[in-house]
Unconditional design. Structure first.
Length: 212
């Protein structure tokens, strides 16, 4: 029986050895355990964030937490995607973290899940300026754009990106915003078409947009 509380605690404590030991058990258990493990890891990251706000952890700890979380996501990736239909949908999407935001772990999880569901994902990386996104949308003739952001500030960059698309005459491109600060209110403010917190909802919405 996997102790997910212990996993959340290990992530919060930045205890790599315990994390690796528990994740090793998870991968032997399959998808449901992987979903629960991912939730536990995120809970651990919330603890890291709280300790950072309280001044107990510093930026170096955030960097290390990011490395641990990346490692965990890499270990869980295949188990999380187990059972998905990997047959190509023939649909290309662009995904990136918006300007002024360097967080990419959530984005990378969404990318892996989209690819596991047969989408071709063009990943523009982090801190992506609206002009870069508009250029890429034109070059690759994209109809679906996924914007990731974890900082509250990211909402401003998402709005700038939607405005830049409209200014370039690309109103027909569907935009989904995702990440911790995103909500229905943020969707309204930014002018995006949809919002999501989970890769699962993103896949559903993208399939509907692509008429799959
Ligand atoms: C690791 C980390 C970092 C690492 C990131 C490394 C990396 N490669 O990403 C580094 C060290 C770079 C970092 C830097 C900073 N960070 Co930081 N960081 C974190 C931490 C601890 C974990 C983030 C994480 O990876 N979580 C796990 C992943 C899986 O969760 P996620 O990113 O939220 O993604 C999930 C969802 O949001 C969603 N999602 C994400 N993207 C998308 C996209 C789509 C399309 C969809 C559908 C869903 C989706 O799906 C994912 C899976 O469920 C968080 C605390 C927290 N509670 O998350 C703080 C946190 C995000 N950071 C914070 C801060 C303040 C900073 C700094 C300003 C610190 C500083 N003083 O320098 C800088 C900012 C740098 C910048 N300009 O971006 C604050 C943000 C506060 C705010 N509301 O704006 C937080 C919340 C910590 C805190 N409580 O204070 N950070």
């Amino acid at each position: 029986m996997i102790n997910f509380e212990e996993l959340a605690q290990a992530m919060g404590d930045l205890d790599e050895d315990t994390m690796l030991k528990l994740l090793d058990q998870v991968t032997a258990e399959g998808k449901e355990a992987a979903d629960q493990a991912m939730a536990a890891c995120q809970k651990g990251m919330d603890t890291v964030g709280e300790l950072f706000e309280q001044g107990e952890y510093f930026v170096g700890d955030l960097i290390y937490a990011g490395e641990l979380m990346t490692q965990a996501a890499g270990i869980l990736k295949d188990a999380l995607a187990a059972g998905e239909s990997t047959e190509s949908t023939g649909t290309k999407v662009i995904l990136c973290t918006v300007k002024n935001d360097l967080h990419d772990i959530g984005k990378n999880i969404v990318k892996a899940m989209m690819e596991a569901n047969g989408f071709e994902v063009i990943d523009l990386g982090i801190d992506t300026a609206p002009e870069t996104i508009v250029e890429a949308v034109k070059t690759h003739q994209i109809k679906i754009l996924l914007l990731s952001g974890v900082l509250t500030l990211a909402i401003d960059s998402m709005k700038e990106t939607v405005d830049a698309l409209k200014a370039a005459g690309l109103e027909d491109v569907k935009v989904l915003i995702g990440g911790a600060p995103v909500s229905e209110n943020a969707r309204n403010v930014t002018g995006a078409d949809e919002w999501a917190q989970s890769p699962q909802k993103t896949i559903q919405v993208c399939k509907a947009w692509a008429n799959l």
